[in-house]
Design a protein. Structure first.
Length: 249
């Protein structure tokens, strides 16, 4: 019977910098459940969830990832009680007041996809200010899905293609997958290499349907407020193991 040496048991597998997922898309789920488990109001879960966003962004910058797309999923996105929606709509300006200086310092570019106009005026102002302030940055692209729905995104692309075709701007022979992708709101991003969803749900929930055609999926039971830099590293290590094991082109 052999005994594994102490250091072997504690060795932490290292992330291989040469095989990083360039673009990670995260469905941040579990704030409400996290609060409920602790007998706290749901907004306490969202407040904790904000700290997780900051930790994950910091780690993405450290790892020099190209893009991080964040999607706050919850079934009752707009069917929430009024006070919760109001609280949520105040989060972006608080988040940006707190972290925008760091984001600017770290050369992060803030972008959004989805129906931005549906947000209250003060939220829209905070978001457009941060997008404007970071538009020339060349580091991590921090992309927020705001009131985003993938089927609507694809339908809007089809409608635009029909309009372009009607006006003779579009030659259908040139309409290949690349050309189609340019009509999507994610046109400036490469497809996500890794999709992470927290809180144990294994659904895509109408998120980046076209873009995730070849993505790896990583589902974790962890609730979003319990997710952290170590959990992100574990997801990346799992991605790298799969890439190594299945190799391929
Ligand atoms: C540029 C960026 C800073 O501004 C925005 C970013 C997002 C939105 C979109 N938004 C609100 C409206 C909607 N339902 O789409 C959500 O996605 C949504 C729904 N719950 N939570 C709480 C939550 C907090 C933390 C984790 C998950 C959910 C959020 C949420 C998501 C991420 C972040 S980051 C700063 C605030 C915030 C709020 C609007 C503006």
């Amino acid at each position: 019977m052999f005994t594994r040496s102490k250091e072997k048991q504690s060795v932490q597998k290292e992330i291989d910098p040469s095989n990083l997922p360039e673009h990670i898309a995260i469905i941040m789920d579990g704030n409400g459940r996290w609060a409920k488990k602790r007998g706290l109001p749901r907004i306490a879960g969202h407040r904790e969830g904000m700290k997780t966003i900051q930790k994950v962004v910091e780690r993405a910058v450290e790892l020099n990832l190209k893009a991080l797309t964040l999607y706050a999923f919850s079934t009752e996105n707009w069917k929430r009680p009024m006070n919760e929606v109001e609280f949520i709509m105040k989060l972006p300006s608080q988040f940006l007041d707190t972290y925008l200086p760091d984001l600017v310092k770290n050369n992060v570019k803030v972008t959004t996809i989805g129906d931005f106009d549906a947000l209250p005026k003060y939220t829209k102002e905070a978001v457009s200010y941060s997008v404007k302030k970071t538009e020339n940055n060349t580091g991590l692209i921090l992309n927020f899905a705001i009131n985003y729905g993938s089927r609507k995104e694809i339908l809007d692309a089809v409608k635009q293609i029909c309009l372009d075709y009607q006006e003779g701007q579009m030659d259908l022979d040139n309409l290949d997958e690349k050309a189609f992708s340019n009509y999507l709101t994610t046109h400036s991003l490469s497809d996500p290499d890794l999709v992470i969803r927290t809180s144990g749900e294994q659904r895509i929930s109408n998120y980046l349907l076209w873009q995730i055609a070849y993505s790896e999926f990583y589902f974790t039971e962890k609730l979003w407020p319990d997710f952290n830099q170590k959990a992100l590293d574990e997801a990346i290590l799992a991605y790298q193991d799969r890439k190594r094991r299945f190799g391929g082109l």
